[in-house]
Design a protein around this ligand. Structure first.
Ligand code: F6P
Length: 545
């Protein structure tokens, strides 16, 4: 099999890059009034504008050739049909089964997984209704008012992001907390706001062995028992979400209060599974189902739409174009939606844990860059902080703008101002400001001569900075589901093109192993072992040496 860089389409793109890399998008827009129409697509209530990219029709065609030559359609079908595409763990990758609203069979190891998926969804429905209606009573007879999800990584970021995003649909009688860090300050602060008699803990861990989660879970357990004084209280205040029944039982949680998922659900793809229990509890099962439906609609689009109109494929190809041909090493999410404030952190795990790989599917070192550094934040705030680098820095940073056309909280002119800023920023990234324009602007303010010439270079914006804008009518559960699935599939397609496995995460293991070595040394249970002088010095400092 030829390496990615040997593919005909890759080499054609390389040559094409040499030809168009110095062209300016501004010129393309001024000579082509149809550019937006050709390079934007609608998906339900979502508009995706990718016209502000350094690409022509030829670029897109060549990128689509790359997708074909990389067998993207074959890989899509392999995922949906349950093939073990996570080859290093011998696992299928079937988060799409969790939101398979068609209920068509999906077979893993000769078994249709849909009956199990539906069984757990039904269990989630019953439980979430009991909590929301007050039918579920705590140990002392009071109803649940506070839910604390204890998990980390995929067992935290997805449900946390979605609960925040769908807060307008949330139950006002419930307060949601998400404890993830093993930093004791996190759980201490959360517990200080909780009443043990009215608090439910959801211990969310695929493996039920994750050190941070189990440490927090034990602390929560001790706190509850200290207050309620009876082991029997655990059954009323703790439930578990996991693939590991034995460990859940060993922790002391009744497996009747366990919500199961399966090893074919990756942690960072798990919010659609029982890991979404806090979402179902907070927004209700009807809204959780609408989230699944939005994801499923994007799945069908991804599976059925020819490549030139396939949105995850287009976004993936643009990412490859910048990373591999323009040496862009990061991608920024610019979110003009307060409710999506945790989306960048969520996408950071999705993308970086999936495609932060340097060994290909044949076990060989990759020969070009793979996944970008993903970062970002709320756009309105970022404009007054990190946007300077995006406008005039030396890095090329492709960006995604996200904004709702309609606010969930209309108040005065706020939303129009927010949207105006969002649209203005992508326009500014693209057009920039030429020297002639900057000169005229300074002159119009009465500046001239040496003073003008000295300031002029600082006032020029090169522009030509690529961005995609995703607008949606309103952040409904269904729109959110489609957006998340869009990014999941984008990441998958990039992994296909880079010939890497996007579904394992061996890179997180080494730090865990070394932490387990250092822990007893820090606690003084054994002398510091064989470490480098830096690590020994740091251990010594922590121990007061
Ligand atoms: O250490 C990384 C990781 O395994 C992630 O992939 C995962 O989302 C997270 O830890 C939490 O894992 P678990 O759900 O098994 O506690």
């Amino acid at each position: 099999m030829p390496s990615t860089t040997q593919l005909t389409a890759w080499q054609a793109l390389s040559a094409h890059h040499n030809v168009i890399s110095s062209a300016h998008m501004r010129d393309w827009f001024s000579t082509d009034s149809d550019r937006f129409n050709r390079f934007s697509r609608r998906f339900g209530d979502i508009l995706i504008d990718f016209s502000k990219h350094r690409m022509t029709d030829e670029t897109l065609n060549l990128l689509l050739d790359l997708a074909r030559e990389s067998a993207v359609p074959v890989w899509i079908e392999r995922m949906f049909s349950g093939a073990q595409i996570n080859h290093t763990e011998h696992r299928s990758v079937l988060h799409v089964a969790l939101r398979n609203r068609s209920n068509q069979p999906i077979v893993v190891d000769g078994q249709d997984v849909m009956p199990e998926v539906n069984r757990v969804l039904e269990q989630m429905r019953r439980f979430s209704e009991q909590i929301r209606s007050g039918a579920w009573i705590g140990f002392t007879g009071q109803r649940i008012r506070t839910v604390v999800n204890i998990g980390i990584g995929g067992s935290d970021l997805g449900p946390k992001m979605v609960c925040e995003a769908l807060a307008p649909y949330g139950d006002a009688n419930l307060t949601m907390h998400f404890v993830s860090s093993v930093d004791g300050s996190h759980i201490s602060h959360v517990l200080s706001e909780c009443n043990p008699e009215t608090t439910l803990f959801i211990i969310a861990s695929k493996t039920f062995t994750t050190q941070e989660t189990m440490t927090n879970a034990n602390t929560a357990r001790g706190w509850l028992l200290a207050a309620l004084g009876d082991e029997a209280a655990i059954a009323k205040h703790f439930v578990a979400v996991s693939t590991n029944t034995e460990k859940v039982r060993a922790f002391g949680i009744d497996t009747a209060n366990m919500f199961e998922f399966w090893d074919w659900v990756g942690g960072r793809y798990s919010l659609w599974s029982a890991i979404g229990l806090p979402i179902a509890v907070y927004v209700g099962m009807a809204n959780f189902t609408a989230l699944l439906e939005g994801g499923h609609a994007m799945d069908q689009h991804f599976r059925q739409t020819p490549l030139p109109d396939n949105l995850p494929v287009i976004l993936a190809l643009l990412g490859v174009w910048y990373g591999d041909f323009f040496a862009a090493d990061s991608h920024v999410m610019l979110v003009y939606d307060e409710y999506l404030r945790s989306l960048p952190a969520y996408l950071q795990q999705l993308d970086m844990e999936s495609n932060g790989k340097s060994i290909d599917r044949q076990g060989l070192p990759v020969t070009r860059v793979t996944g970008p550094v993903v970062w970002g934040g709320l756009g309105s705030n970022g404009q007054h902080a990190f946007y300077q680098l995006l406008h005039q820095g030396t890095h090329l940073v492709p960006s995604d703008f996200l904004a709702p056309v309609n606010s969930q909280d209309p108040i005065g002119d706020h939303h129009a101002i927010l949207l105006a800023n969002c649209l203005a920023q992508s326009e500014a990234f693209m057009t920039g400001k030429t020297e002639a324009e900057a000169r005229a602007e300074l002159a119009s303010k009465g500046m001239d001569g040496a003073e003008l010439e000295a300031l002029l270079p600082y006032k020029v914006f090169a522009g030509n900075r690529p961005s995609t804008t995703l607008l949606y009518q309103r952040l409904t559960p269904s729109v959110l589901g489609s957006l998340i699935a869009l990014y999941e599939h984008k990441v998958f397609v990039q992994g296909i093109i880079w010939n890497i496995n996007s579904f394992d995460q061996w890179g997180v293991e080494l730090g865990k192993q070394l932490a387990n070595n250092i822990l007893p040394e820090l606690k003084g249970e054994r002398p510091a072992g064989a470490h480098d002088s830096s690590t020994l010095g740091l251990i010594g400092y922590c121990r007061g040496a």
